[in-house]
Write a protein that binds this ligand. Sequence first.
Ligand SMILES: Cc1ncc(COP(=O)(O)O)c(C=O)c1O
Length: 390
Amino acid sequence: MRAYFDHAATSPMPLVVRKAFFDALGTVGNPASQHADGQAARDVLESAREIIARTLHVTSAEVVFTSGGTEAINLALKGLFWARNSGADRRPVILVADGEHHATIDTVEWLVAHAGAEAEWLPLNSDGVLLPEVLEAAITKHGVERIALATVLWANNEIGTIQPVSSLNQICERHGIPLHIDAVSALGHIDISAVHPAALSLSAHKIGGPVSSGALILGRKWQVVPLIHGGSQQRARSGTQDAAAATAFATALELAYQDLDRKHARLQQIQQRLITAIREIDGTAVLRGPKPGEMRLASNVHFTFPGCQGDSLLFLLDMAGVSVSTGSACTAGVAEVSHVMTAIGLDDVSAAGALRFTFSPDTTDTEIEMLLTALPQAILQARRAGITAV
Ligand SMILES: Cc1ncc(COP(=O)(O)O)c(C=O)c1O
């Protein structure tokens, strides 16, 4: 038996989602075909789109299915940037928060290198929060007419910080600047249906849906230049649509938001138990990100362990049957200091011992005990090995 504390990397697919996925795989027909089989596939696809739209309080026309969060982010950022810089329009500036996921960072850097964009990186405070006044000041600095778009991460995937997205969106709306929000790690954990930015990126596999399935929620009044050209099956994306994946995504989404209060209470209980126990195990360990409460995902605990290399801890815990992460799965495997740690003001030595524990309401007490039993020895051994990569 293993203990899984890496739900932010990917979350296991519940049985009910697997069943819906499997049943939908039996649907014959291309949703774009005119015959009855095509019609049947279209019904399956559109009812999934409808469920997602209803859950997020948007219209079906605003749901653009993609191959996951990374594609949704690329479509939002490149698509909005190109659309806002077409014809005689020239709006080079992208306002981007520090500590974003690499899907955002690398896309913005690509736009800077290849499309004449100018990135303005907005600093976070020590809890990882982008303060609304920082966004306001950046808009004043560049002038509304030069700004193509702004982008922020709803909930930080490493330290769990929940941004004040409602205020940030209001500021952008007031200035007529399209805001993209990466809601990948917020989806399913907090209610995200009240904030309607220009574009919102989602991924299915973080909430128990299939990998390579996601969506961009694109507000009706905003246009993007598509990344993928072809049969124009969707408003901003071509390619035959995957009715089965959409069904599994919609089922996972409905399930995630069922009984949210009870699940949230269970997550808070696990979070508090882990924080208390880890502090007892190692009095020098430092909780990173906001304290538990409204500003932090209840499914996230993140500590730095002084004198330890995060990768050593990860390896030692893995040997003991416990899966954890040093941060984003997308950069794991490479012993580098997390850019999120740097963004909240840590030096390389303090940042080296970062470890993230992410869990679900279904995480069992046995899993928690496995982690807490293995951790003291892992810290001891990792500390003995020391810090190597800085
Ligand atoms: C915050 C965040 N944004 C975007 C992504 C990318 O999503 P996907 O894996 O669906 O491409 C991830 C996945 O690690 C993520 O955590």
